[in-house]
Ligand binder design. Sequence first.
Ligand SMILES: N[C@@H](CCC(=O)N[C@@H](CS)C(=O)NCC(=O)O)C(=O)O
Length: 239
Amino acid sequence: MMQPLVLYDILSELPGNKFSPNPAKPRSVLSYKDLPFVTLWVEYSDVSIAMKAIGAKPTKRRGGSDVYTVPVLSDPNTGVLIADSLEIACYLEKTYPEKPIFPNNSESLIREFDSAHFRLIQPAIKSIFVRTTEILSPINAKFFIGAHSIIFPLPWDANYDEDWVLLEKGYNTAYEWYQKTDGKWLMGDTFSYADIIVACCLLWFKRILKEDEWVRICSWNGGKWAQVLADVEKECKLA
Ligand SMILES: N[C@@H](CCC(=O)N[C@@H](CS)C(=O)NCC(=O)O)C(=O)O
């Protein structure tokens, strides 16, 4: 009988914890593929110590240096322990190929899509980071600021209005991508990991933003973004 896989994710002060976009990706894949799993919640400030202790490998910061991160996935059925959301997705696809998330050999394209999608969000990231610190405990927020200010220097709250203009611009581009297909997914009628990437970022925003800020995102592009999130959650049985 199959043993549950173990997903390491980050604790927050929110009910139900989950907010972090990268762990949300493997959670969506596990659930989509009907794989049994349990979640182990780690304090942000303990990620490095805890992941080192279980023998996970560090991942790379966007600047190139090593850093211990979650998500990490442990699969007791194969003995594999693997870090990085994209590598976990590829591992799950190879090991459990039913219900593909990289259909039609799309892994290389979706790898590029992952970076392209982040480039849309990145210009506004400091304002998003400010909100993220607000749903972490004080000690975890301090740690989060220390970790991310290496790549995105403080202050983070200097260009709020400008960041929101840039975020809307980013989503206008994502909307153009979706408009180029006939179905509701990025690959038309075919669901893929690309839609999971978009939805997990939206989940992050929905969970950390002030209500009026989330409503603002929902008002863009004819309500596309609340719809994408709802569609992906339904497809992955996480709704
Ligand atoms: N490329 C990694 C990035 C993961 C990542 O940045 N994880 C954050 C939480 S969402 C983390 O654990 N950070 C720990 C730190 O920066 O010290 C992935 O996609 O899994």
